[in-house]
Design a protein around this ligand. Structure first.
Ligand SMILES: [Mn+2]
Length: 348
């Protein structure tokens, strides 16, 4: 059993995890941390998780398994699970010291704890776009701090308030407001978020400040070549169907731009399978997409590049068809204009 005494102040990760589906991504996250910082603790807050997934995770000696209460809420409240689990956990946290809450669909590439400043209460990430906030990575100065616990309770309570009111849920999802999701709206309102500002005095917690960090540094969720500054990759949304279900790249998750991220995941995934060793645990980690062969990645890359060129050619053919269609119309018109004369000339 992976246990540690409480109140040891050290930087650590907090991960909320449930079920079996995301086990391959959890394996990649844990392996990436083990590769980079084998002694950095990861507290895995889990519920409804199969025993083999827990054995796979517990195989890493830096991982501390901590079962949490299962929350059952209506679908509108699904977004509240993480803040609720964290709020519960913060009543008796395992470790003190800076903690980074990360999603299980992430991969750590560089030490993210160097971003903490002494006066940061809460860290979060923003990006350009309609919905700037993403709750995937949240840094907290110290889980033992009462102000931190109060913040997570306020966040969870605000989620519940919004989720109960269809009008507020519509605002949360509207592209006229900078939220996107109920949990992100609640988060923004709890810290008093405003565009163009990066430091906030948390509502009713004047002793706690929240600071925004650029998404690409701490929470890279696009499909782009990896920046040397990037600490954490976030394989959200369309990445799930590629990495978990073996689907191919899409327009929103394009291959050429996302290839670095894809192969970074593939490399760590291969190491996680080797580390797991046992067949039953490897099964939990799943396979990379069947079309991907790590030893022939350049061939696959070329094949994808060719497919793009072929797509381009297909587009050209479509343009030619339109032009040819017009040309046919012109021909037909000419033919139509000429035909009576021709017909009469033939008749004569
Ligand atoms: Mn995620």
């Amino acid at each position: 059993m992976n246990t540690v005494p409480t109140r040891i102040a050290e930087p650590h990760y907090l991960v909320c995890y449930f079920g079996a589906k995301y086990a391959p991504m959890l394996g990649v996250l844990l392996q990436s941390i083990a590769d980079l910082q084998p002694c950095r603790r990861v507290v895995l807050l889990h519920y409804d998780t199969p025993a083999d997934v827990l054995r796979m995770a517990g195989g890493y000696s830096n991982v501390v398994l901590r079962p949490v209460e299962r929350h059952s809420y209506p679908p509108a409240m699904a977004a509240a699970l993480k803040p609720l689990i964290l709020a519960d956990y913060l009543a008796s946290p395992t470790l003190a010291g800076p903690a980074l809450v990360v999603d299980c669909d992430m991969l750590v590439r560089r030490d993210p704890f160097d971003l903490f400043r002494a006066d940061d209460g809460i860290l979060f990430t923003i990006r350009d776009g309609v919905w700037p906030i993403n709750g995937g990575v949240i840094g907290i100065r110290d889980p033992h701090e009462p102000a931190v616990s109060r913040f997570f309770h306020r966040w969870a309570d605000r989620i519940a308030e919004i989720a109960r009111d269809p009008h507020l849920v519509a605002i949360a999802r509207s592209d006229k407001h900078p939220y996107g999701h109920v949990d992100q709206m609640a988060f923004a309102q709890t810290i008093g978020y405003e565009r163009g500002t990066s430091e906030f005095a948390v509502l009713d917690c004047s002793e706690l400040t929240a600071r925004a960090v650029d998404g690409y540094v701490l929470n890279e969720m696009r499909s782009v070549p990896i920046d040397p500054e990037t600490r954490i990759l976030h394989f959200k949304g369309g990445w799930h169907s590629i990495l978990l279900d073996g689907h191919t790249f899409t327009r929103n998750r394009p291959m050429l731009a996302g290839w670095d991220m894809f192969t970074a995941y593939g490399d760590v995934h291969a190491r996680a399978r080797t580390f797991a060793g046992e067949a039953a645990l490897q099964r939990q980690l799943g396979e990379m997409p069947s079309w991907y062969d790590a030893s022939r990645r350049n061939v696959i890359r070329v094949r994808y590049a060719l497919r793009r060129i072929i797509d381009f050619t297909t587009d050209c053919i479509a343009v030619f068809r339109v032009l040819a269609g017009r040309y046919r119309i012109i021909v037909r018109r000419n033919h139509g204009l000429c035909s009576p004369i021709q017909a009469s000339s033939v008749a004569h």
